[in-house]
Design a protein around this ligand. Structure first.
Ligand code: MN
Length: 206
């Protein structure tokens, strides 16, 4: 059985990025439903309980993949944001990579927001690294993750499904993405850049 991870902040602490109602729907309804659905698959295929969420995401298709990946994506999303003013700074190594690959932090932000705006339909915009530390932005559709098929390792993600922002922002996806950027947890992003490995989220969800 997988469980909804505990958030590293209170649902009320993310303003102005998200108000409590947005958090209640997104975390307690949408995210929980993906985990409940995955656990239902595990009732008919108990081998899923022996595997990590990362292994299931890498090696499944169809409904199992959709619900495992969405369970993983949302936990990664929650851990990548933080209450206003608590986000810290990129590590020196990460900042050097941002400068090399994007020019400036403002350029990275502009390209991240633009990537989120151009993600058609439901999906995710990711900041990723390859094994050598080269950064890239990757847009995925529906439940897809960047790291299948030897793809790059996620450092940060913004959920651009409409359910992620419609309570607070209605149709203003750009305003959502710009506010998201102001509450990124740079300590989390820097840790992911230091390891260059797909984050183990299973331990937070067992
Ligand atoms: Mn979502």
């Amino acid at each position: 059985m997988f469980k909804l991870p505990q958030l590293p902040y209170l649902k009320t602490e993310l303003v102005p990025l998200f108000n409590e109602e947005q958090m209640t729907f997104h975390y307690e309804k949408h995210h929980k439903a993906y985990i409940d659905n995955l656990n239902k698959f595990a009732e008919t295929d108990p081998s899923l309980n022996e595997k990590s969420l990362e292994e299931i995401t890498l090696n499944s298709t169809g409904g199992v993949f959709n619900n495992a990946a969405q369970s993983w994506n949302h936990t990664f999303f929650w851990f990548g944001i933080t209450p206003a003013g608590k986000g810290g700074q990129p590590s020196p190594d990460l900042m050097a990579a941002i400068t090399r690959d994007f020019g400036t932090m403002d350029e990275l932000k502009a390209k991240f927001v633009d990537g989120g705006m151009k993600t058609f339909g439901s999906g995710w915009i990711w900041l990723c690294t390859d094994a050598a530390g080269k950064l890239s932005l990757v847009s995925t559709s529906n439940a897809a993750v960047p790291f299948t098929g030897n793809g790059p390792t996620p450092l940060l993600v913004a959920d651009v499904w409409e359910h992620a922002y419609y309570v607070d922002y209605r149709n203003l996806r750009m305003k959502y993405l710009e506010t998201f950027w102001s509450q990124v947890n740079w300590n989390f992003v820097s840790e992911n850049f230091a390891t260059k490995k797909v984050r183990n989220l299973t331990t937070a969800m067992k």
